[in-house]
Design a protein around this ligand. Structure first.
Ligand SMILES: N[C@@H](CCC(=O)N[C@@H](CS)C(=O)NCC(=O)O)C(=O)O
Length: 216
């Protein structure tokens, strides 16, 4: 399998974790979001939306949108399952995943940050504040749910990793990267630590990918 991603991309990070959990081998081609390579004609032929990730199956079939890709992987390679067996559980897990992937992450993507700078003159400090606000908002909503719900255990939904944990780990990693105070989110912090004990999560981390800055 082949994937187009970028070391720092949250959406590509989600797919890397899913591929690792399923034990699937893949080659990741890095599309340099910092230099705008996603908008090149060559990449637009792969993904007209000019975003990563794109996953290409061995037979050439092409997939986009990280949550759709994770569900595709789960349907075609059912072990280990990434969604609960019961409809109520699946709805809860998908809702948690969407708090991060649909209601928070889209606000902080490079195209939104560039738009703020180019059309509204928001400087770097303002853009960083914007990013921290939207990352924190997603974490606050999820922390309130996770800390109140009886289904929350070792992971977001019981003791089995699901798509919600994939989104949690990615959002928590981004929030730490952008300087959000993680102590405010104790349940998320505990689940995040449990995730990082799993090699599939640890190996997918942005700073372990080709092109990432080397530790000082
Ligand atoms: N909802 C999409 C989000 C895709 C997305 O926005 N990817 C970002 C990187 S995390 C990207 O490629 N951004 C390029 C840009 O904003 O110009 C998904 O989950 O796959």
């Amino acid at each position: 399998m082949r994937m187009f991603g970028f070391w720092r991309s949250a959406a590509a990070h989600r797919v890397r974790i899913g591929l690792n959990l399923k034990g699937l081998a893949y080659d990741e081609t890095m599309i340099d979001l910092d230099s705008g390579q996603q908008a090149s004609d060559a990449y637009r032929e792969v993904n007209p939306g000019a975003v990563v990730p794109t996953l290409i199956e061995d037979d050439g079939a092409s997939f986009h949108q990280s949550l759709a890709i994770l569900e595709y992987l789960d349907e075609t390679r059912p072990e280990p399952p990434l969604l609960p067996a019961d409809p109520k559980g699946r709805a809860r897990v998908r809702a948690l995943a969407l708090v991060w992937a649909a209601d928070s992450h889209p606000f902080i993507t490079p195209r939104v940050r560039s738009y703020l700078a180019e059309h509204f003159g928001v400087d770097e400090g303002g853009r960083t504040e914007w990013i921290r606000h939207w990352l924190s908002r997603g974490l606050e909503i999820a922390e309130a749910r996770l800390s109140a719900d009886t289904e929350t255990a070792r992971f977001c939904h019981g003791d089995q990793v699901t798509i919600a944990d994939i989104c949690l780990a990615v959002q928590a990693g981004s929030a730490k990267h952008f300087g959000v105070e993680m102590e405010r989110f104790p349940t998320i912090g505990r689940i995040w630590r449990n995730c990082l004990e799993i090699e599939a999560f640890a190996a997918a981390q942005p700073l372990r990918q080709p092109g990432a800055p080397k530790p000082a």
